[in-house]
Design a protein around this ligand. Structure first.
Ligand code: PLP
Length: 411
């Protein structure tokens, strides 16, 4: 029995396998590679699902975390630390948030979106409809993924995730991502419109051209908040600090932005940015918080991540390596479409029939060949490698892809 098989036996006896049986037991990582319990090495083109922006064991990140662990790891939420203050400051600066904006720290994307949902409820009370009733509706998009806690699940569209846990917090309507649908549904009963600028879990799908800019105009006109979920797309993943900025006219900003994943470079941390003094004032003292959110250790990891992204020019790297990889993937026979936003890529594969789960087979074949990728649907694969990945490294996957695709064709 391999070491992996033994560990998986133990796993099954001790852990709730909520995501099914893990495909690998990983023991170490260096740069863009990870090694499993049997000593097999893989090029990680998924980066902990868009998390490990700096790859594994980046010296700047390791040093910052080790130093903080040896100085001050956790304090209660009654106190704060220079690290969380500095991280908030840097996030406001790099995202270009308007004057009077603030940051709230949580531990995950779902928690950041819970905060945004509560913000929407508070806004709905502060700005009632024409009849004086609190605005209780929230508009989200079809195919949206915002997390799996009860509030974030209410924002998530996928019925298979939602149905077992009804009733969810109410008032959420999911719309197609069209301006027409938004114009029809948006009125003074709506407290917030919540969107991902790139829908990662839905297969890396950007919003239609002009949608976010129009959503900004319409939400402002009807007094609703525009909340942008940048948990997957933010902090450099798409080659910019925010994927939403380029979709908005200059000088425009969402009312709230949520973050997690890449923010801590592998350390669990989430955040909600509230734009401007009015939105920042909506959550009053004692109305929200967590024990761990933004503790000094997590904040030090976040600071090291942001600083290294800047020092190593990783936004530009995400753009150039992402474009190069997309161009190479598009030439592989059996690849139908590649959607590329920096180093967040969705690749649709030709199916032999409508039930053909070709993406799952490709994920397994790629793993056997030493590459980690994942499937977001039966025919769609997602790539979200570390932002430090090189052209030479992504080329090893692009070189292997035609052979892998022909191997996964059903006889
Ligand atoms: N929002 C988006 C856009 C996501 O992609 C995810 C996770 O995939 C989440 C929220 C939930 O984040 P977490 O898994 O950290 O709770």
């Amino acid at each position: 029995m391999s070491h992996t098989a033994e560990l998986l036996d133990d796993y099954r006896n001790n852990l709730l396998g909520v995501f099914g049986d893990p495909a690998l037991v990983l023991v170490s990582g260096q740069g863009c590679h990870v090694t499993d319990a049997d000593g097999t090495r893989y090029l990680d083109l998924l980066a902990g699902i868009a998390v490990n922006a700096l790859g594994y064991a980046h010296p700047a990140w390791v040093e910052a975390v080790a130093e903080q662990a040896g100085t001050l790891a956790h304090i209660s939420n009654l106190f704060t630390s220079p690290q969380s203050i500095a991280l908030a400051h840097r996030m406001l600066a790099v995202t270009g948030a308007p004057e009077g904006s603030h940051v709230f720290f949580a531990n995950s994307g779902s928690e950041a979106n819970e905060a945004a949902f509560k913000l929407a409820r508070r806004h709905g009370r502060a700005h009632p409809d024409a009849q004086g009733r609190p605005r209780e509706r929230v508009l989200a998009l079809e195919h949206a993924f915002h997390g799996r806690t009860m509030g974030s699940l209410a924002l998530t569209a996928k019925e298979a995730y939602r149905a077992p846990f009804e009733p969810l917090p109410g008032g959420v309507t999911h719309l197609p991502a069209t301006v027409g649908a938004l114009e029809t549904e948006l009125d003074d009963t709506v407290s917030a419109v919540v969107v991902e600028p790139v829908q990662g879990e839905a297969g890396v799908r950007g919003l239609p051209e002009g949608f976010l800019a129009r959503a900004r105009e319409l939400t402002r006109e009807c007094g609703a908040l525009l909340v942008v979920d940048e948990v997957q797309s933010g902090m450099g993943r798409t080659g910019a600090w925010l994927a939403s900025t380029a979709q908005l006219p200059a000088g425009e900003f969402p009312d709230a932005v949520t973050f997690a994943k890449g923010l801590g470079g592998g350390f669990p941390i989430g955040a909600m940015l509230t734009a401007g003094p009015e939105v920042s004032g909506l959550l009053g003292t004692g109305q929200h918080g967590t024990t761990f959110g933004g503790n000094p250790l997590a904040a030090a990891a976040g600071l090291a991540t942001v600083t290294t992204i800047e020092n190593e020019n990783l936004l530009a790297n995400a753009r150039t390596v992402g474009e190069h990889l997309a161009a190479r993937l598009r030439t592989a026979p059996g690849v139908v479409e590649v959607r590329q936003h920096g180093l967040l890529l969705g690749m649709d594969l030709a199916q032999q029939d409508p039930d053909d789960a070709v993406a799952q087979r490709l994920v397994a074949a790629a793993r056997s060949a030493g590459f980690i990728i994942n499937a977001t649907g039966p025919a769609t694969v997602r790539l979200a490698p570390p932002l430090v990945i090189t052209t030479a490294e992504v080329d090893t996957f692009a070189d292997a892809l035609p052979g892998l695709l022909s191997r996964v064709r059903r006889a």
